[in-house]
Design a protein around this ligand. Structure first.
Ligand code: ZN
Ligand code: ZN
Ligand code: ZN
Ligand code: ZN
Ligand code: ZN
Length: 213
């Protein structure tokens, strides 16, 4: 079965989302599930809208040495084999980071918001793949912005508690920032008020707390 961009998002199922020890649903793949039933590599293929293909097998010692000689590193996040130039330097001695540049950017981004990849994936499912403000469908390309309460944490990062939801680029840059800067008596947009009063992260965390009891 080939999964392509535009495939319907899986229905929300918190139990399934937290299930452990399952293997990737791509036929023949034996890697552990990371997101939406796929291993990290197949999830990446799927979210980029690429046709799913078998991932390269784990290599033996000889093959690893061969990669090192050719200047190829296996990214510890997406599992892809990429040239050293695709990795930033970790320190002055020139050792490469364990994650390739796009993976590292995502890693840093999530760290800034003190949320895990698993939580963001769960949140996206909870929002049915749509922007939490305008309801636009999340398109395969660009990741949605993690919105947080700037009254709690001014600037780019968040303490983690004030993360509110995933919103599209338009709502993030031209909607919320502008709206929250208005005087209270001017903030009369129902959609935005509804989002701000009861953001999806608050609801998701309440549901997760119920599951924990
Ligand atoms: Zn897989
Ligand atoms: Zn990577
Ligand atoms: Zn939006
Ligand atoms: Zn923000
Ligand atoms: Zn905060």
């Amino acid at each position: 079965m080939q999964h392509r961009r535009g495939r319907g998002l899986a229905p929300i199922n918190l139990d399934r989302a937290t299930a452990e020890g399952r293997t990737c649903s791509f036929g023949g793949c034996t890697r552990a599930v990371s997101s939406r039933g796929f291993c990290t590599g197949h999830y990446q293929q799927q979210s980029k809208g690429q046709p799913l293909t078998p991932l390269r097998k784990k290599r033996g010692q000889g093959a690893v040495q061969d990669m090192v000689r050719r200047g190829i590193i296996e990214c510890r996040r997406c599992g892809e084999h990429k040239p050293v130039s695709e990795y930033s330097k970790l320190n002055a001695s020139g050792v490469a980071r364990p994650y390739c540049k796009p993976c590292n950017a995502e890693h840093v981004r999530l760290n800034n918001y003190k949320v895990t990849k698993e939580f963001i994936d769960l949140l996206l499912r909870f929002q049915r793949g749509n922007c939490a403000v305008c309801g636009d469908a999340h398109t395969g390309g660009r990741a949605m912005a993690v919105d947080h309460d700037h009254a709690c944490c001014p600037g780019q990062g968040s303490c983690g508690n004030c993360v509110r939801g995933l919103v599209c680029d338009t709502c993030n840059r031209f909607g919320l920032g502008w709206y929250e800067g208005l005087r209270p008596e001017l903030r009369t947009f129902d959609l935005l008020n509804k989002y701000l009063a009861d953001p999806p992260v608050k609801r998701l965390r309440a549901e997760l707390a119920l599951l924990d009891e």
